[in-house]
Design a binder for this molecule. Structure first.
Ligand code: CP
Length: 312
């Protein structure tokens, strides 16, 4: 895995290998000196063409904890604003002997596009492209689930909200199917479901009462307004009345069901504060595990890149 672009195409063994490698990195977070020398001398470029809080910072922390040098390119103040193309930006950064690009872009396929143009020793990691994929988010979600439940094959997982515009949901569904989850449910109004939703290997519900019944994991999604053109819901107030996760609605799931959300959360739109801050919420654990998951993915990708002709 020199590049890490999507979950689709990976095997059960691949995903467990990433999760096992992540486990070995979690203890670094508890050390006084949170650093290992695995990527010393490597240069990693955070190339984010879209806003991000969690993904960009946890990739930066992951790279620094592996002792890499990190460049954070601020696209708003870069030469992109003077008309420089994506590829010219890439080639210039590559000329600085960069070893890895972590790419977030509003266009689906942007990370794969970039991966076709980098040198053979350079890795590209997809940090979220359009509606297509957010594979490192899906892996940190799988890691969080595995920390709470031993076997995916016994789990019923509900993903609730804006499935249509969600790259996170797509990657989560792929990962849950590969890991053999017992049942994957999506719960959303018809307007927020993709046309091919049934082909994704999920059970479809438009009603929370039915969809949340007896599930072990509830994953909430925000309304991704930046990808919506036109009105998909009557109002946020009405959406919350029908789909917002309240304590009463969460009580339909299994008593100890965990509540997840990739963030950013919109309180009072898809989730109430009582649930987001409540005892079943693992939302901040997801963020914490994001560092170890990204350390695992960076180190595995760099190791493949080195085998492909890189190295110090
Ligand atoms: N989950 C996620 O991708 O959050 P950010 O947009 O803050 O990176």
């Amino acid at each position: 895995m020199r590049h890490f672009l999507q979950i689709d195409g990976l095997s059960t063994k691949d995903l467990h290998h990433i999760l096992d490698t992540t486990e070995s990195f979690t203890s670094i977070d508890d050390r006084a000196v949170k650093k290992v020398p695995l990527l010393r001398g490597k240069t990693i470029v955070n190339l984010f063409f879209e806003p991000s809080t969690r993904t960009r910072t946890t990739f930066e922390l992951a790279a620094k904890r592996l002792s890499a040098d990190v460049l954070n390119i601020n696209i708003a103040t870069s030469a992109t604003t003077k008309g420089e193309s994506l590829l010219d930006t890439l080639f210039n950064l590559q000329a600085m002997n960069s070893d890895m690009f972590i790419v977030r872009h509003p266009e689906s396929g942007a990370a794969e596009f970039i991966s076709n143009y980098v040198d053979s020793h350079v890795s590209v990691i997809n940090a979220g492209d359009g509606r297509h994929a957010h594979p490192t988010q899906a892996m940190l979600d799988m890691f969080t689930i595995r920390k709470h439940y031993k076997e995916f094959s016994k789990l019923r997982v509900a993903i609730v909200g804006d499935i249509l515009h969600s790259r996170v949901a797509r990657s989560q569904i792929e990962a849950l199917n590969i890991l053999g989850a017992k049942e994957i449910r999506v719960i959303a109004p018809r307007t927020l479901l993709p046309a091919n939703v049934a082909q994704l290997g999920v059970e479809v519900f438009q009603n929370c009462k039915e969809g949340l019944f007896n599930v072990d994991v509830v994953i909430m999604l925000r309304l991704q307004k930046e990808r919506m053109q036109g009105g998909f819901i009557p109002s946020e107030h009405e959406y919350f009345q029908l789909y917002g996760l309240t304590p009463e609605r969460l009580a339909i799931a299994k008593p100890n069901a965990i509540v997840m959300h990739p963030g950013p959360i919109n309180r009072g739109v898809e989730i109430s504060s009582e649930v987001a801050d409540g005892p079943q919420s693992v939302i901040l654990q997801q963020v914490k595990y994001g560092i170890a998951v990204r350390m695992a993915i960076l180190s595995l990708a760099m190791s493949s890149a080195d085998e492909n002709g890189g190295g110090n």
